[in-house]
Design a protein. Structure first.
Length: 332
């Protein structure tokens, strides 16, 4: 049956300006790292994407290597796009990335012009797209001159393959340097994609300040610490969860008794605020004005629906923020 998106899809989610750019992103964006690969059920992937778009999520984040196997998440996305979303292409912000190992030999990894251009061409073919909205360098390359990588990003925009470019996993000082190079080339850096959650706070020290000064937005990944910051693991590791799936980056030994105690207490605070823990964890990353969007993952539609309510509760007061710090620092 032809997909008809909900007519009221733009009524509830907020859209936040990305740095000093003209682009707004939804407060919640959906990433396709897990659950969209060739090993996953296509119908579930399709339902997740429809649920997101129906809820006002306009931004879908991919990378060349998402799967497994690598590349297959882009193929899945291309298939669903062709089936359901082509009439809405201009309502979507689609991103991809290159920077991790993708194909054998010296040209399928890191940050050379050769790799970035070839990889993006492959991504476009897999998704059956003429262009992506945002293309990222996925991680810094310690050997390729930064000038070469940034010139490749500039060329990617000038050649029409992407509308904007971004950086992911770049530390603060390198971000400033890269942003300066991109500005001098005439292609400003739109966005930075770092990892950020209550359990991963490296961006607070310096990166957020650099982003504010440079006018770059942030879209933060794994804001739920891959599912830890939900009630999912409170009664053990459920079958089919990420921690129970071999080959993922959430290992059972990361779910420690101390974390479970903290998660229980954070859950109590969330309930007192009228939220689920997942909603509170998302509102918490979005409390910074530099953070444009929280980039979630999902294995089932209800997780997306839950996340969409993250900003329904009132903003945190200072007592609540202090309580979160106490819980995270072990003074429970
Ligand atoms: N740039 C980079 O280097 C980089 C690296 C990693 C990720 N990313 C991007 O960030 C996106 C999100 O990363 P992530 O998936 O780690 O984010 P996340 O939102 O922290 O974790 C998502 C996972 O948490 C669980 N979950 C979500 N909502 C839940 C709820 N309400 N109740 C219970 N469990 C819930 C689900 O896992 P289950 O499968 O257990 O249900 C879901 O797949 C990726 O798709 C990708 O686009 C980027």
């Amino acid at each position: 049956m032809t997909y008809q998106p909900r007519p009221d899809r733009y009524d509830t989610l907020s859209y936040r300006r990305c740095g000093h750019s003209g682009l707004k992103l939804p407060a919640i964006s959906l990433g396709l790292w897990h659950n969209f690969g060739g090993v996953d059920r296509l119908e579930n992937a399709r339902t997740l994407l429809r649920t997101a778009f129906d809820g006002g999520i306009t931004h879908f984040d991919l990378a060349n290597n998402y799967g497994p196997p690598p590349g297959s998440a882009e193929e899945t996305f291309g298939r669903v796009l062709a089936q359901d979303f082509l009439p809405y292409r201009d309502e979507l912000i689609i991103s991809s990335k290159a920077g991790y190992g993708m194909w054998p030999g010296p040209y399928g990894d890191w940050g050379s012009r050769k790799y970035l251009l070839s990889s993006l061409d492959q991504s476009l073919r897999r998704m059956k797209l003429d262009y992506v909205d945002i293309f990222y360098h996925h991680r810094p390359d310690p050997e390729t001159p930064l000038e070469e990588t940034m010139a490749a990003l500039d060329h990617i925009v000038r050649s029409g393959r992407a509308l904007y470019v971004g950086l992911s996993n770049y530390p603060a000082a390198l971000t400033r340097q890269a942003a300066g190079l991109l500005r001098s080339l005439g292609t400003p850096c739109l966005i930075h994609q770092p990892k950020y959650s209550m359990y991963e706070r490296w961006i607070e020290a310096e990166l957020l300040g650099v982003l504010r000064e440079e006018g770059i937005g942030a879209i933060v990944f794994s804001p739920l610490a891959q599912g830890l910051l939900t009630d999912k693991y409170l009664r053990g590791i459920p079958e089919g969860s990420r921690a129970a799936t071999p080959g993922t980056f959430l290992k059972p030994d990361q779910i420690t008794p101390v974390k479970l105690e903290q998660i229980g207490r954070l859950g109590d605070l969330a309930r007192a605020r009228g939220q689920t823990l997942a909603q509170m964890a998302l509102a918490w990353v979005l409390r910074h004005s530099e953070v444009t969007s929280a980039l979630i993952g999902a294995s089932r539609p209800a997780q997306i629906t839950d996340a969409l309510g993250a900003l329904d509760a009132p903003a945190f007061d200072s007592g609540e923020l202090e309580r979160i710090e106490q819980i995270l620092s072990g003074q429970m």
